[in-house]
Design a protein around this ligand. Sequence first.
Ligand code: CTP
Ligand code: MG
Length: 386
Amino acid sequence: MTDTALIVVAAGSGTRLGRGVPKAFAEVAGATILEHALRGLAGVDARLVVVAPDGLEADASAIAERAGVVASVVTGGATRADSVAAGLAAVGDARRVLVHDAARALTPREVVQRVIDALAAGAAAVVPVLPVIDTIREAHDGELGGIVDRSRLRAMQTPQGFDAAVLRRAYAEAPDRAASTDDAQLVQALGVDVVAVAGAELAFKITTPADAERAASLLAPQPAAAPEVRVGIGADVHAFGGDGPLRLAGLEWEGQGLAGHSDGDVVCHAIVDALLGAAGLGDIGALAGVDDPRYAGARGEVFVGAAVALLAEHGWRPTNVAVQVLGVRPRIGSRRDEAQRVLSAMVGAPVSVSGTTTDGLGALGRGEGVQAIATALIARRSPLVE
Ligand code: CTP
Ligand code: MG
């Protein structure tokens, strides 16, 4: 059983935060400040004592359970020091005591550990501190006085750690403890050395609405990084004159077919080049077996399937493809939906198809062949979801 107790004072009213509820019970990023604080302490080797405002003890217990920690709950007092005293009365025979503000809900575990380690190394009192960044000046009745040498200043954070007997004595003997917000200072008044360890920016005390906003943005889940994407372009053209039927965009059409080693489906071939080009994997010639006699007359979908598989091997997946067909016939618009369905199934991502003539210009305009131009967007496959 651990001989260390960790008192979390959460009995303050939160006047400066101004939420109309005791501060530790105000919500930030979907949970109460107390829950965030306790979640950050889960697994710390210490018995937890939560000091709650009068009447909110049961709520504090429920919050501790939600945070996944075991904690006893006691009722706090009118000042922070009264609340610490109430916690101290409940730590039993603990030899070491840490006192922590629930309001420092984002305190990194390393800070807690540094305090525990310093106690273990023999310190009777330990306080995490931060250097002061701002230029500080004194003020007297609204008049600005001299600059205080900030290199000599330190901001006090929590958890502060103590030999339990020393902290008890400080609380028993300190004449003006009611106004104290720094336990280490009460202990130091007894002549006990206080060891400073490094605090952390993240251990800031949520005090004002601006602090709560800062905490909320730090606690909000970070949006997943957008996957890496690449774009590719591909084109193919074949002349009419094949023996077989016209195959285009994965469909069979009326009229004379296109010449070519395979089925001459320029739409499929342009898609293949766009996909491979996007991934930096060369072009259709890179697909094993393209020149193989067994592929003579092979359907376009064989090549598209091979390209998608090669992309997958290299960690890519198609996001979408757009193809434009240039030529006099066939009229793509008449079977656009069908073509898009068939091509989307081949690619495994949306494929859109458009058609245009060349206003009678050139070989395509004279109806001597058909050209297709495709663009493809591809994205890195996520190993977690696919
Ligand atoms: N605290 C406490 N009991 C009190 C006063 C303060 O337990 N009577 C606790 C707070 O819950 C907080 C820590 O001491 O976790 C630091 O106090 P502070 O930031 O001043 O909180 P509040 O007193 O609640 O805020 P305010 O001063 O704005 O009213
Ligand atoms: Mg206060």
